[in-house]
Design a protein. Structure first.
Length: 439
């Protein structure tokens, strides 16, 4: 985790003190369950909470012990015993390290998902607000980067809203899938620990019970979680690239907010660069790159190995912290995005009316002209305009084959911009719901 691309709430999820606190709670809740079923004294379970429940664990001390033990969970348990005393012999009864590590990771990923879902809600709110603001702001739609037909800037943002709504649904499903507890002992058979302990710990931590663990929680769950983060990142990049293109000097239909005192270039004082969306693009690549190692973690040896461990110690914090930062940054971009309707209108008119070519083509076919001939008539008038040699409507009016089927008035009606916007309300209702659309 790099502070430049981190936010405190998410980094706290992965802080060593947070991790040790979760480890303690897993162990202490397990002791409560063991006491309830008569495996350990109830007084000992109570003493464990009283003696260590409110302490701040000494991370440096745990690291010091681990240098000798070469085992992080044992190092923690040794440090924990320093607080608890003789009753510490009842801690970790029948459990194995993976019970603690995997259940803790589930808690951390669940908490991280809560933050990411809140991030998505903030981005969705920003997109919805700006989409309604520019619901009927006409702009050119592009295919292959080339002017195609008119859309509205609100529709561009509505599309992003729909995409991130799907992202939220996927993340909620991935969170549910990953939020499982495994307290099943060595190779997952419950030989030395009662399944009721697992059920108790799961309930206390807000997790479901893993139906069958093999000492570890199956890594297909983690693979889906990180793959979902990768898809969210890809959606962020899609939106970022759209804004980057719209900010190009030749386009300049929208632009990142440029604050007072901000500098765009160390060499050229005039520069206003799309640095925030370029940053989001780079961060998206990192998050996507962490999905593949998570998928490769699925195939472990037999009941377990720890080839997944080093991967998850890195991608758990890095993927969630990075995506959290990117989502927050994109929300700020959308909230403050500068939109230039005048430039949008200028670009709409840039091709001299060619954006209405399909309407002319279809009108000719409705008048009895074959599609092949209609395409020929329209294209032969469009190409000179493409080269800057005239106005599309004027050339069509002068074409005898076109005029044989369409009057001047009919041709002029085909160049009505409003025609392309007649179903915007319908699309908004589909995206935001009938109730929101009415409001």
């Amino acid at each position: 985790m790099i502070p430049r691309y981190s936010r405190p709430e998410m980094t706290e999820v992965w802080d060593a003190q947070t991790r040790f606190r979760i480890w303690f709670e897993i162990e202490a809740h397990a002791c409560d369950a063991l006491a309830e079923i008569g495996v350990i004294p109830k007084e000992s379970a109570k003493a464990i909470w009283e003696k260590a429940g409110g302490v701040s664990f000494d991370v440096a001390r745990v690291d010091e012990i681990e240098k000798v033990t070469k085992h992080d969970v044992i190092a923690f348990l040794t440090h924990l015993a320093e607080f608890i005393g003789p009753d510490s012999r009842f801690v970790h009864q029948g459990m194995t390290s993976s019970d603690v590590l995997d259940t803790c990771l589930s808690v951390q990923l669940k908490r991280a998902a809560d933050i990411l879902i809140a991030d998505l809600d903030a981005l969705l709110a920003a997109l919805k607000k700006r989409a309604y603001e520019h619901k009927l702001t006409p702009t050119i739609g592009r295919s292959h980067g080339i002017h195609a037909e008119p859309v509205t800037f609100g529709l561009k943002l509505a599309q992003a809203y729909a995409e991130f709504s799907r992202a939220k649904e996927r993340l909620l499903a991935a969170q549910k899938d990953i939020a499982v507890c495994a307290i099943s002992g060595a190779v997952g058979t419950f030989a030395n620990i009662d399944p009721r302990v697992e059920a108790h710990v799961a309930e206390k931590l807000g997790l479901a019970v893993e139906p069958v663990s093999t000492q570890v929680i199956p890594r297909d769950r983690h693979a889906m979680f990180f793959a979902t983060l990768g898809v969210v990142a890809s959606s962020l990049e899609r939106l970022a690239i759209e804004i980057r293109h719209l900010q190009r000097t030749e386009v300049l239909e929208a632009e990142e907010f440029f604050s007072e005192g901000q500098k765009g270039s160390s060499a050229m004082p005039h520069k206003r660069n799309p640095v925030l969306t370029e940053n989001v693009t780079g961060l998206a690549r990192l998050v996507r790159g962490m999905a593949l190692p998570a998928m490769e973690n699925v195939a472990l040896w037999h009941e377990r190995d720890i080839s997944h461990s080093s991967v998850e110690r890195m991608i758990g914090p890095d993927a969630t912290v990075t995506l959290d930062f990117a989502l927050h940054r994109m929300t700020g971009v959308i909230e403050k995005l500068l939109v230039y309707p005048v430039n949008m209108k200028r670009n709409l008119d840039r091709l001299g009316g060619l954006i209405h070519s399909q309407r002319v083509l279809l009108a000719l076919t409705q008048k009895g002209v074959s599609r092949e001939d209609a395409y020929t008539y329209v294209q032969r008038n469009a190409m000179p305009v493409w080269r800057g040699e005239g106005d599309f409507l004027t050339l069509l009016k002068a074409d005898k084959d076109v005029r044989a089927r369409l009057s001047e008035a009919e041709l002029e009606e085909l160049f009505d911009l409003g025609y392309h916007l007649k179903h915007v309300d319908l699309i908004f209702a589909r995206v935001f719901g009938q109730q929101a659309q009415a409001a």
